[in-house]
Design a protein around this ligand. Structure first.
Ligand code: HEM
Length: 135
């Protein structure tokens, strides 16, 4: 379960990322490939397009945090597709860390300890659903 306060913190901080989404996506992949260069070959397509899809999906998920009945099946099929992209369970932790790096860079002082914890909780739930569905 995700608390209403956590949902609030994630939604209000995400609203600040939306106007800089393309830059945030570029930062994200830069952070990800710095943390683990071996992940780069898993990505076959155009990275700007890939980044747009990622930001759109995070935005959709963030908007549906209060409606897990709708969100969970979407994440389950996303998780299954990720299995076919060669994504392994351990990669989720690296992606989570790169996402927190990116939020910190994008939000600056607005990335408080509370906001970090809220994102960490929400990403953890999303990653768990995706990993289970990929098994
Ligand atoms: C909350 C976590 C994640 C979200 C929201 C997310 C979102 C997405 C989306 C929307 C796509 C577009 C294709 C599709 O919809 O199937 C995608 C593709 C992809 N994602 Fe993720 N993803 C997540 C986690 C991960 C992780 C942990 C990895 C591991 C490295 C990863 C690697 C990839 C790869 C390799 C592709 C395919 C790229 C290609 O076709 O070239 N993703 N992701």
């Amino acid at each position: 379960m995700i608390s209403p306060q956590t949902i609030d913190l994630v939604q209000s901080s995400w609203a600040k990322v939306v106007p800089i989404a393309p830059q945030a996506a570029a930062l994200f992949y830069n952070n990800l490939f710095t943390r683990d260069p071996s992940l780069q070959p898993l990505f076959k397509g155009d990275m700007a397009q890939q980044g747009a899809k990622l930001m759109q999906m995070i935005g959709a998920a963030v908007g549906k945090l209060g409606d897990l009945g709708t969100l969970v099946p979407v994440l389950q099929s996303l998780g299954q597709r990720h299995g076919s992209y060669g994504v392994q369970d351990a990669h989720y932790a690296t992606v989570g860390a790169a996402l927190l790096d990116t939020l910190s860079q994008g939000l600056g002082e607005a990335f408080t300890a509370e906001v970090r914890q809220a994102w960490s909780d929400v990403y953890g739930v999303m990653a768990d659903v995706m990993k289970k569905a990929a098994q």
